[in-house]
Ligand binder design. Structure first.
Ligand SMILES: O=C(O)CCC(=O)C(=O)O
Length: 307
């Protein structure tokens, strides 16, 4: 298990949650914890994001090393989102087990919690959002315990493309149909459709830098493009689940049955791992998420790009 060692500031008091917050999360499928990170911690994440985008943290598929003379803004504007930054950055890895995250997740998931994914969104002005989706469409737990922790590294506003959620939409426990989206407001991620909610049912999650929004893996959510004139909407988004559940995220290995498939590139952040005897396997490759103007992985989308 990771231990958290604040490096820059000790005066910050980390908020904790109780029954009211747990009930809010269960009812609505999301929870905002304001002021979760200190200013120094936000600064530490921002500096590390620059380091990663300059290519100084190590090899990331799709990241090109900054050329001499290129400014931090030059490099940051290249990337919408980098997947698995925790695989090469000790700082990103440390924040997987931030005390507020451990506190909230041990309340809403249970005592044993593992992390399998991190994403660093830079989302400079002009970059697209993500269409309606449910995270369990992409990361399938067997016990529906998938939970995201979305750490705001800038103030997230409607203008710069904050998260929007449909409160209570997790409750049906249904994964809605998904299809390609040709809407130029969004990146290449498929879009959920056919669900019984309207866009008007959604609420924007406008939060200050240093706040964290937690959300259930069945919650319908999306984000719109960053239409601010300048700047970024940076966030570190990590995904977690109960360590008691297997994670059939990758196809079974040869000779392995689907029922025992278990993705083991995980980081324990609380409690015990009942499957520790399997060990950890290094599987995830840090990479840049394709955007419309960066080329989509789906060739059909590439043909129809609107930008
Ligand atoms: O931050 C965003 O723009 C989208 C994040 C998201 O949809 C997710 O983490 O599942």
């Amino acid at each position: 298990m990771l231990t958290y060692e604040p490096t820059l500031e000790t005066a910050h008091t980390y908020p904790t949650i109780g029954e009211t917050e747990v009930e809010f999360f269960q009812e609505n499928g999301y929870l905002i914890v304001h002021n979760a990170l200190s200013g120094a911690e936000v600064e530490e994440l921002r500096r590390d994001a620059v380091h990663i985008c300059r290519g100084d943290a190590g090899d990331i598929r799709g990241v090109t090393r900054a050329l001499p003379g290129e400014t931090d803004d030059d490099v940051m504007q290249r990337y919408l989102c980098i997947h698995f930054p925790h695989k090469l950055s000790d700082i990103m890895c440390k924040y997987l087990a931030h005390p507020v995250i451990v506190d909230v997740l041990t309340h809403v998931i249970g005592p044993d919690v593992k992390c399998m994914q991190s994403m660093l969104f830079i989302k400079a002005a002009g970059k697209p959002g993500q269409a309606w989706h449910q995270d369990e469409d992409f990361i399938p737990t067997r016990d529906r315990s998938l939970t995201g922790a979305w750490i705001a590294m800038d103030h997230a506003t409607v203008e710069n493309g904050c998260l929007w959620v449909i409160p209570g939409s997790h409750k049906a426990g249904i994964l809605w149909e998904m299809d390609d989206t040709y809407d130029a407001r969004f990146d290449c991620t498929k879009e959920s459709k056919g669900f019984p909610y309207r866009d008007e049912d959604a609420v924007p999650v406008e939060i200050a830098a240093g706040s964290i929004v937690f959300f259930n893996g069945y919650l319908l959510h999306r984000s719109l493009p960053n239409v601010a004139a300048t700047g970024y909407r940076r966030s570190l988004v990590n995904h977690y689940m109960s360590a008691s559940s297997l994670l059939p995220w990758h196809p079974p290995q040869q000779g392995e049955g689907m029922a025992v498939t278990d993705y083991r590139d995980i980081v324990m952040i609380a409690g015990n791992d009942p499957y520790a005897y399997k060990g950890i396997t290094d599987l995830a490759v840090p990479h840049v998420r394709p955007t419309r103007n960066g080329g989509c992985a789906n060739p059909a989308l590439n043909l129809k790009t609107a930008e």
